[in-house]
Ligand binder design. Structure first.
Ligand code: ATP
Ligand code: MG
Length: 383
């Protein structure tokens, strides 16, 4: 492929002169992206998403599935960044248990806050559309707290940055000089909202936009995570999946070297096609993984529910507790008491019932401050 995807400008930073890349606006031209490259894969990806949307009906509440899917995406996108937190840490933090790696968990919960902000705005008729402003607002939440301070949360960068290497001179990639960033982002925003501009299918546009965003690298830090949040935002904007049940970051993490290499190849070889192909394959794989996981969760919960219903001693409090477990997989008796809005003895009895049936297990082995886990479920989600 011999396509020119941008120009180089000389920029001086840290008293070195380096070539910074300024991408052309989307869509790719000279030549345009050939439909032969993406048509069939795009169709397969759409099918995979339709199947995923279909299996969500297997459980009584799609909120159960969203609870874990959104957290998995938050975790995996943060793991690409290097954050060392697990799903169990997240559940524990929500249960009010002590977690050792508070800063890592904070990074993940910040992503969750940023995601909720974006989803809330997009679903609100009066809310912000997919826009630079919305991404800046999300960035402010993402970089809130210990690690983000000093990285200009919520603001476009005002200095030159680089990717890979110890200084601009030996970097793998030098993004555009800061004065170019607002214009480049405005072009990108225009591409998102100008439906007449191109015949490309929405999912292909998402692929292009993510890569363009990473190439612009508009923030001092958090570009990967905001760029992946932008993928979710665009899936929502174009109605590609009614609910965010897919965690594409799992695929990106698993193929991280290729992910980065293909982003680079757009710049160095003009190869938009390889990136779009990789992205659409990723959607197929990620949607398939999410679908399988939902089926496994649904059958685990159904089997456990059956055991509970068949148990002669089980009562209403234990039924109500059981239905809460998918969104409260780790808990104390006090938390159960609050959630069920009941007395301590009733909460204790409900937990004991589920413990006797082997559905939940006590984790501390202590007499006091006991904590419980719906362990099979946690393990299924953590796989
Ligand atoms: N060669 C490249 N060209 C363009 N973009 C790249 C390249 N290599 C990596 N990237 C993008 O830059 C991101 C890293 O940027 P940054 O550190 O600002 O983001 P982050 O969210 O803090 O970290 P991470 O993306 O590692 O989670 C990568 O995730 C990837 O999306
Ligand atoms: Mg980073």
């Amino acid at each position: 492929m011999n396509r020119n995807t941008g120009t180089y400008v000389i920029t001086t930073t840290l008293s070195e002169s380096v070539r910074a890349f300024v991408p052309h606006p989307l869509p790719p031209t000279g030549p345009a992206l050939a439909s032969g490259v993406y048509a069939e894969l795009n169709r397969q990806a759409e099918l995979a998403l339709a199947r995923l949307a279909g299996v969500s009906g297997l459980v009584p509440s799609v909120d159960w599935l969203l609870y874990s899917a959104i957290r998995k995406e938050a975790l995996l996108t943060s793991q690409i960044e290097g954050t060392q937190a697990t799903l169990t840490d997240l559940f524990d933090e929500e249960a009010g248990f002590k977690v050792s790696n508070t800063e890592d968990v904070e990074e993940v919960t910040n992503y969750l806050r940023a995601f909720r902000l974006v989803q809330g705005q997009l679903r609100d008729n009066q809310g912000l559309p997919v826009s630079i402003r919305l991404l800046c607002d999300a960035h402010r939440l993402l970089l809130d707290g210990v690690r983000g301070a000093g990285k200009q949360p919520g603001e476009l960068r005002r200095s030159q940055n680089w990717i890979g290497g110890t200084r601009p001179g030996n970097a793998a990639f030098v993004p555009p000089p800061p004065e170019h960033v607002p214009v480049l982002l405005a072009d990108m925003e225009h591409f998102i909202h100008d439906d007449e501009a191109t015949e490309l299918p929405p999912m292909v546009k998402v692929a292009l936009i993510h890569a363009q965003f990473e190439t612009i690298h508009p923030f001092l830090d958090g570009n990967g995570r905001i760029g992946r949040l932008l993928i979710a935002a665009l899936f929502e904007h174009w109605g590609l999946l009614a609910e965010p049940l897919m965690y594409l970051s799992g695929y990106l993490k698993q193929h991280q070297a290729e992910y980065y290499r293909l982003l680079s190849a757009i710049r160095t070889e003009g190869d938009w096609e390889a990136w779009v192909t990789f992205f659409l394959e990723g959607v197929c794989v990620a949607a398939g993984d999410a679908e399988r996981n939902i089926i496994e969760v649904a059958s685990l919960v159904a089997a456990d529910r059956k055991r509970l219903l068949q148990s002669p001693k089980a009562g209403p409090a234990s039924y109500r507790l059981f239905e809460m477990l998918p969104m409260m997989p780790r808990f104390t008796i006090e938390r159960v008491r609050q959630q069920l809005d009941t007395t301590f003895p009733t909460a204790t009895a409900a937990v004991k019932m589920l413990e006797d049936l082997g559905i939940v297990t006590e984790m501390t082995g202590q007499k006091k401050n006991r904590s419980y886990s719906y362990q099979d479920y946690v393990e299924l989600l953590s796989r």
